[in-house]
Ligand binder design. Structure first.
Ligand code: A3P
Length: 331
């Protein structure tokens, strides 16, 4: 066990605004250490929700109180929750869904994280104006319990794991969860050894949890894939609109697809940096640049060597036995 104190050193590039109280770590808390290369990350564990004990921990609420309050949060029938593993296109789908909800191809005034279950206190989430489009990287066990006794809709977004992981390394480094010197080859090798049950960190764990849940046959869940959205955004937006019961409007759907193209959305996101949860414009700009990095299907081919690819495929076959979903790795 390493240092149990919270490391909240501020760098010149990122001075987090410490909005939330964080109680001292006690012997009742479960701390896990995750090694993805370089300095291992210490995390506070609540179920499968991990709160890394780094600077970022103080810009989000203390999970020991926050997770139970999200579980008990009220939900309305017309609330929507987007569920996706990190780097699966959550920002993209959130903006599309917000536009469908408002019936206008206008960008949401705030950044996606303004409605993220992991980051925002339940009372603030409940006071956001309708249509409420929440988003989360939680597995089903972390969702508000009322999701299942109200008629609210869940969108489950997936992306092929190879592109997810290529996108994930700069994200983890940008949030200082992994040392910036760690190279892709080291990261992917460590990642393939990861066993921790974490909704945020472990794609295999997250995805299996969701498929097990889907097998139980819950209603009001719509599954969609990043690659399909990329392949034909208007077709996918039209299908999504039907699920959301927002009416047929092909001109609007075309406008939304155009407004939410990679380049347009990136530009729009850069204009929202004032609404970021962090009080540093330069850092917010950096975050936006790695959030909207390339927006392509198949970038993994530029990173996975033949040997790593074979190892990953073998691991996938072993871990995902019994799951017959077919990811698209190229278009
Ligand atoms: P890359 O890093 O591969 O470019 P999330 O929103 O879940 O964090 O996912 C981020 C990923 O979605 C990034 O992938 C990002 O570029 C991609 N993305 C965001 N907006 C997009 C868009 N409009 N079209 C295609 N990809 C988009």
């Amino acid at each position: 066990m390493g240092d149990r104190t919270l490391n909240c050193n501020t760098s010149s590039e990122w001075k987090p605004e410490f909005k939330y109280d964080f109680d001292p770590i006690s012997s009742d808390d479960e701390i896990v250490t995750v090694d993805l290369g370089g300095t291992p990350i210490q995390c506070l564990k609540n179920g499968d929700a991990l709160q890394p004990l780094v600077q970022m921990a103080r810009v989000v609420p203390d999970y020991r109180k926050h997770i139970p309050s999200i579980r008990n949060m009220e939900m309305d029938d017309d609330d929507v929750i987007i569920c996706a593993f990190a780097k699966s296109g959550t920002h993209w789908l959130w903006e599309i869904t917000s536009m469908l909800g408002s019936g206008k191809a206008d960008y949401h005034g705030k950044e996606k994280n303004s409605t993220m279950l992991e980051l925002i206190p339940a009372e603030v989430l409940r006071s956001t104006p309708k249509p409420r489009i929440y988003n989360t990287h939680f597995t089903p066990q972390g969702l508000p319990m009322h999701v299942f006794d109200r008629k609210c809709k869940i969108l489950f977004l997936q992306r092929n794991p190879k592109d997810v992981l290529v996108s994930y390394l700069p994200y983890l480094q940008g949030h200082k969860l992994i040392d910036s010197e760690i190279k892709w080859d080291e990261f992917i090798c460590k990642y393939m050894e990861l066993e921790v049950e974490s909704s945020l960190l472990n794609w295999f764990y997250y995805t299996i949890q969701w498929f097990e849940f889907l097998k139980e046959g819950h209603g009001n869940i719509y599954c969609l894939a990043y690659e399909d959205l990329k392949d034909d955004p208007v077709r996918e937006i039209t299908k999504l609109a039907k699920f959301l019961e927002v009416g047929e409007n092909s001109d609007l759907f075309k406008d939304i697809a155009e407004k939410c193209s990679f380049q347009n959305l990136k530009q729009a996101a850069l204009s929202k940096i004032d609404t970021f949860a962090i009080n540093n414009k330069e850092a917010a700009k950096k975050f936006t640049n790695f959030t909207y990095r390339k927006g392509e299907v198949g970038d993994w081919k530029n990173y996975f060597t033949v040997a790593v690819n074979e190892k990953f495929d073998a691991l996938y076959a072993k871990k995902m036995k019994g799951i017959d979903f077919k990811y698209r790795y190229s278009l």
